[in-house]
Design a protein around this ligand. Structure first.
Ligand code: HEM
Ligand SMILES: [Cu+2]
Length: 566
């Protein structure tokens, strides 16, 4: 009983005191369904990725149609589906742990409804990819046109993801009502922030899909405003990156301090960074459209400036996380400037994998600044440099962190032991992944600078010297790709082992939630006034989008008829 009472109660400095108590069976089923579906998408995407890497090096020959089919599958399954399902599962787990001991039955039903909607939408969209009627890549740029069912499927996934946010919001609201004077548990606070960001962002792509793409693909209208559709896409596409990153940051900020037996350095700073990520991440989509006509340079410039501001919360995050590591490392009496580094649990994959992820974020972040720079973008736009960039950021910083999360979360959900064997295999897996990424994504950066385009199957351009120069790099990319494929198979093997075969236990591990350092202050109340932050975000969105979008509508060209490229 004690345990139950204490769960979700705010302890010192507003951070919840978590006592071990197994998840309710009904909750684990829900969370495991989200995670399980994400693993399925990961497997599909990995197969496609392997094919692409081998094809570009000339080791296998795919027809161009098949190449784009795989590329669409890869982008959709990994960037859109794997990430979204995994994130919702992870957020549910931490929200349940910090806000109460289990989900309310109504919320659980809503969680299941969301899951069904998203699965139905995914399967609908993927069937149209598989039958070659929708090889439009995961950005589904008009005027390339897909089957209406592709867009309808995606709309269902988006709508389902909105429904999935309800249990998080309602749990948070009820907790705040019960504890009016306390700061909410940090994990729940950050989950709410992540879902607010997601909803603000997806409104753009939902508008594109519902008002432009679906009517156009159903032949209700025969032309589409391409500039507007891409603007709505990138209004979503950039904050999408933060929807992936914020859950990784949650793990770094909230869970890792417990794993390394440390303390959070502050309870306010992480909240402030999340607010800043919401504010700065939406009104910046034009940095993906710097090379496109129809948007005046002034507004591109405004959004580039706003883009660079995101460096501020990013560096705050680096600072806070390193401070947390140092506090942990020094707790057992480390001397000098650097001895604390040795004291960190390097042999624990729950720390080791995200640490590699953080290291990889340094080149990934630097590359991002290059991409967003007006002039430098001209050099790298649509080259393999960009592909290299998001395999370092998304496919490593984020994905390696997600791998680490599943290593402890899955056995906790199944009441099994996270065995030393699984830990060791996890460390090997993280190393394989990092080497694979350095080979594949590192080389993509270089060959991208040499001009090799992305989204292009094997070609020698009729023996053109440039293509011959790129060729050896493609072979290194293929080797890296094979390592990554092995990495995913090993990861899935470990997860299946933890799901079904690891020894059972009656004392499941403790859900890792870090406590705040004694010296830290109570977070200011204003940080929980969401209406304030949403208003500021909406105002900034209006400032950076209203006039250019009005200009687009005013100069609206006759529009483009569909192009069907197969
Ligand atoms: C087995 C591991 C992987 C391999 C071998 C692989 C390989 C590749 C290759 C070769 C491309 C470029 C194709 C081209 O532009 O012609 C690509 C694109 C891409 N990859 Fe991966 N990748 C892997 C894992 C991942 C993961 C884990 C993610 C994200 C979670 C990811 C996200 C993407 C995205 C979003 C694209 C862009 C698709 C497009 O341009 O439409 N990849 N991948
Ligand atoms: Cu962006």
């Amino acid at each position: 009983m004690e345990d139950i009472k204490e769960t979700g109660v705010s302890g010192e400095n507003g951070i919840a005191v978590i006592k071990t108590r197994p998840f309710d069976r009904k909750d684990t089923n829900l969370i495991l369904s989200y995670l399980g579906f994400s693993f399925f998408a990961l497997f599909l995407g990995a197969l496609a990725g392997l094919m692409q890497a081998l094809d570009r090096a000339g080791y296998i020959q795919l027809s161009p149609q098949l190449y784009y089919l795989f590329l669409t599958l890869h982008g959709v399954a990994l960037a859109l589906i794997f990430t979204t399902f995994f994130i919702i599962g992870f957020l549910y787990s931490g929200v349940i742990k910090t806000l109460g001991s289990e989900m309310r039955p109504t919320d659980r039903r809503i969680g299941w409804t969301a899951f069904m909607m998203m699965v139905a939408g995914t399967i609908t969209a993927l069937i149209t990819v598989a039958n070659s009627s929708s090889t439009v890549l995961y950005t589904f740029y008009a005027p390339m046109q897909a089957s209406p069912w592709f867009y309808i499927g995606l709309a269902l996934v988006i709508a389902g993801s909105w429904v999935s946010a309800i249990p998080i919001f309602s749990g948070y609201r009820r907790w705040r009502k019960r504890n009016p004077d306390k700061a909410s548990p940090l994990f729940a606070y950050m989950s709410v922030a992540t879902m607010i960001l997601w909803i603000i962002a997806t409104i753009g792509v939902a508008a594109e899909v519902i008002f432009q793409l679906i009517p156009w693909s159903l032949n209700w209208v025969d032309k589409i405003d391409v500039t507007l559709s891409r603007t709505l896409f990138w209004y979503f596409g950039h904050p999408l990156v933060y929807f992936w990153l914020l859950p990784a940051y949650i793990y770094w900020y909230v869970n890792i301090p417990h794993i390394i037996k440390g303390r959070l350095f502050s309870d306010s700073l992480p909240r402030l960074t999340f607010i800043l990520f919401i504010i700065y991440s939406v009104p910046v989509g034009f940095h993906h459209q710097l090379m496109e006509p129809g948007i005046s340079p002034f507004w591109k410039f405004v959004q580039v400036i706003l883009t660079m501001l995101v460096v501020v919360p990013s560096l705050m995050t680096v600072f806070a996380i390193l401070a947390t590591f140092e506090i942990a490392g020094r707790k057992n009496g480390a001397q000098g400037n650097f001895q604390w580094i040795k004291n960190l649990p390097w042999r624990d994959v729950r720390f080791f994998a995200p640490f590699l992820a953080m290291i990889m974020f340094i080149p990934a972040g630097a590359g991002g600044i290059v991409n967003a720079s007006y002039q430098l973008n001209q050099l790298v736009h649509n080259t393999l440099w960009v592909t290299g960039h998001f395999h370092m950021s998304l496919a490593t910083t984020v994905v390696l962190t997600f791998f680490a999360i599943s290593y402890w979360l899955v056995p906790m959900l199944t009441n099994r032991v996270f065995t030393p064997l699984a830990n060791r295999l996890g460390i090997i897996q993280s190393i394989i992944w990092s080497i694979g990424i350095l080979l594949m994504a590192g080389t993509m950066h270089i060959v991208g600078l040499l001009g090799s385009p992305r989204r292009t199957s094997y070609t020698t351009y009729n023996g053109h010297p440039a293509a011959l120069e790129w060729f050896p790099y493609m072979q290194i990319i293929a080797v890296g790709g094979v390592l990554l494929f092995i990495g995913i198979i090993l990861y899935l093997a470990i997860v299946v082992y933890l799901l079904l075969y690891a020894p059972k236990t009656t004392e499941p591990a403790e859900y890792p939630i870090g406590k705040v350092h004694e010296g830290a202050q109570q977070p200011p109340r204003i940080l929980e006034r969401w209406s304030v932050w949403i208003t500021i975000t909406v105002a900034l969105i209006l400032v950076s989008y209203f006039i250019p979008v009005m200009e687009m509508l005013r100069h609206s060209p006759p529009g483009s008829p569909p192009i069907r490229s197969w």
